[in-house]
Design a protein around this ligand. Structure first.
Ligand SMILES: Cc1cc2nc3c(=O)[nH]c(=O)nc-3n(C[C@H](O)[C@H](O)[C@H](O)COP(=O)(O)OP(=O)(O)OC[C@H]3O[C@@H](n4cnc5c(N)ncnc54)[C@H](O)[C@@H]3O)c2cc1C
Length: 487
């Protein structure tokens, strides 16, 4: 089969790019490759929150690259309403999508000091950018009935940061693509490329089919690394992609305390913060985040237990009566430096759109359209900061990274209700964690400052020593040679 453009990956980024391409040039013949089950995909596991400001942390805006990433989110925030309006023009009234307005950001003391730092960083950014928000009394938040010792002391309402039912959006995008545009879906997995000289001429699928196109967009989320690895000369030049495995649960709402808007904490303990959001009569509860070198597709008992405990204690204890409707497991595409991979590669006709980690769902309308414009040679708003073939971006020194990691470990411990002997023992625990993180750095033999979630990857690794050795060799490669400290 011959196409103009083939999108490899059927998550929200692949679908948004396909639809944007078709809208810009209806004559294009577009193929989207990906297994219908989307097993392990991030998009179907996300709730999804559409947050820009509420995602800010005390460190995220310190680097130029961090600012650029935030700019992507701001651009995306501006697109959501018109994107949904466009989608709804194709849908029957009873299947139309609703952008659920509003996010309550809560500050409770259930986790570590990091929560306060991130909460105040968000508040500062809201003020600096003159973004609309309101301080509200936590007891006035619909659906919030935490245990008394988990009650929030402050909360903000962000009217411009909402959510969308991710499953409904994915189904809608797919339906519009196949019914109203020249977009075909190929229920298969891409395995490798065929080359003529240095150019790609086709892609091989697991079911034996060979698909030919002029341009190929790899948007397979964390599964992209496997395909990138089939082209070693490229793989060496692209920051390694990992899997931020996340668990989420959908239960029915407590009928006496309905959650009406997203309720979330700031990002904490190497994860995206505890959050709940309404999905019709149900409630989405998310999400854990543990980084692995390969995607995972099964819930882990410990993570699910943690998530449910957090929701019962910090959101609504009456949820213990709720029926569990669905468990989700998905893998956030996370690069080792946590920044995305967007744009053209040095292989003619090969493009990448991945590495979006925690906010790829939110950024999808902007990234899909911007990449589509770039592929078609139209004016676009993508900068080159996140070009796929780039050295790792440093956003922490090694010392900052160690300090930040210790804070995230402590946050995780407090969120897990650690009880230390009184008093002065948290300094002892901090010292122990310090030693542990230093051990990781000693074994890695690098000065590259990792983000805390990447350090925690070693903690959760199924084979710590092997993973340390792999990354020790990785950092000895040429990934750091071109210094991007100007960023
Ligand atoms: C639990 C959880 C909660 C999240 N919450 C939010 C949130 O609230 N807001 C937000 O903005 N973001 C959130 N994210 C992050 C967001 O989901 C991702 O950044 C985004 O969905 C990535 O989209 P994607 O299309 O790149 O990848 P994916 O959704 O992972 O899609 C990749 C697709 O490629 C397919 N594929 C795999 N192998 C192959 C192959 N060999 N060939 C072809 N196709 C293949 C997969 O089946 C999959 O469907 C969350 C993620 C998780 C896991």
């Amino acid at each position: 089969m011959v196409y103009d453009i083939v999108i490899i990956g059927n998550g929200v980024l692949g679908l948004s790019t396909a639809l944007s391409l078709a809208a810009l040039d209806p004559s294009l013949k577009i193929g989207v490759i990906g297994p219908e089950s989307r097993e392990g995909g991030a998009s179907i596991a996300a709730g999804a929150m559409l947050n820009a400001f509420a995602e800010i942390t005390s460190t995220s805006l310190k680097s130029y690259a961090g600012q650029e990433k935030f700019n992507l989110s701001l651009q995306a925030s501006k697109k959501w309403r018109s994107w949904i309006e466009m989608i709804n023009t194709y849908l029957e009234p009873d299947s139309q999508l609703t952008y659920q307005e509003g996010t309550f950001l809560i500050l409770n003391s259930k986790s570590g000091i990091l929560d306060s730092e991130n909460f105040y960083a968000i508040l500062k950014a809201l003020n600096e950018y003159k973004e609309c928000y309101e301080e509200v009394m936590p007891e006035d938040i619909p659906g919030l009935v935490p245990l008394e010792d988990c009650r929030p002391l402050r909360s903000l309402y962000l009217p411009n940061e909402g959510s969308i039912d991710s499953g409904k959006l994915i189904r809608a995008l797919r339906e519009i693509a196949s019914k109203h545009h020249k977009i075909s879906f190929i229920n298969a997995s891409a395995e490798s490329f065929n080359f003529k000289g240095t150019s790609i001429i086709s892609v091989n699928l697991d079911k034996g089919e060979v698909i030919t196109a002029k341009d190929y967009v790899v948007a397979m989320g964390s599964y992209s690394q496997k395909l990138i690895d089939t082209i070693p000369q490229l793989s060496r030049r692209i920051p390694r992609l990992l899997s931020g495995m996340g668990c989420a649960v959908v239960v029915n709402q407590d009928p006496s305390n309905i959650v009406e808007h997203v309720i979330r904490t700031p990002n904490r303990s190497g994860a995206c913060g505890l959050h709940v959001m309404p999905q019709g009569k149900n409630l989405y509860i998310g999400a854990t985040n543990n980084v692995y070198t390969e995607p995972k597709t099964r819930h882990k008992m410990g993570f699910t237990h943690f998530l449910l405990e957090c929701a019962l204690e910090q959101i609504n204890q009456n949820l213990h009566k709720s029926d569990v409707k669905t468990f989700h497991v998905g893998n956030r595409p996370a690069t080792i430096d946590t920044f995305p991979l967007i744009g053209k590669t040095s292989i003619e006709g090969l493009w990448l759109l991945t590495g979006t980690y925690r906010d790829g769902f939110h950024q999808s309308p902007f990234l899909g359209e911007a990449l589509a414009r770039k592929i078609l040679g139209l004016p676009h708003e993508l900068s080159n900061v996140f070009a796929p073939e780039r050295p790792l971006i440093r956003s922490f020194t090694k010392e900052e990274s160690i300090e930040e990691a210790v804070r995230h470990y402590m946050s995780g411990a407090y969120e897990r209700s650690v009880k230390l002997p009184k008093a002065g023992w948290d300094e002892v625990l901090r010292d122990l964690i310090h030693k542990r993180v230093n051990y990781i750095y000693d074994r890695l033999e690098t000065d590259f400052g990792l983000s805390p979630d990447m350090i925690m990857m070693f903690e959760f690794s199924d084979n710590l020593e092997e993973t340390l050795e792999y990354f020790r060799d990785y950092f000895k490669g040429d990934h750091l040679k071109r210094n991007l400290s100007v960023l």
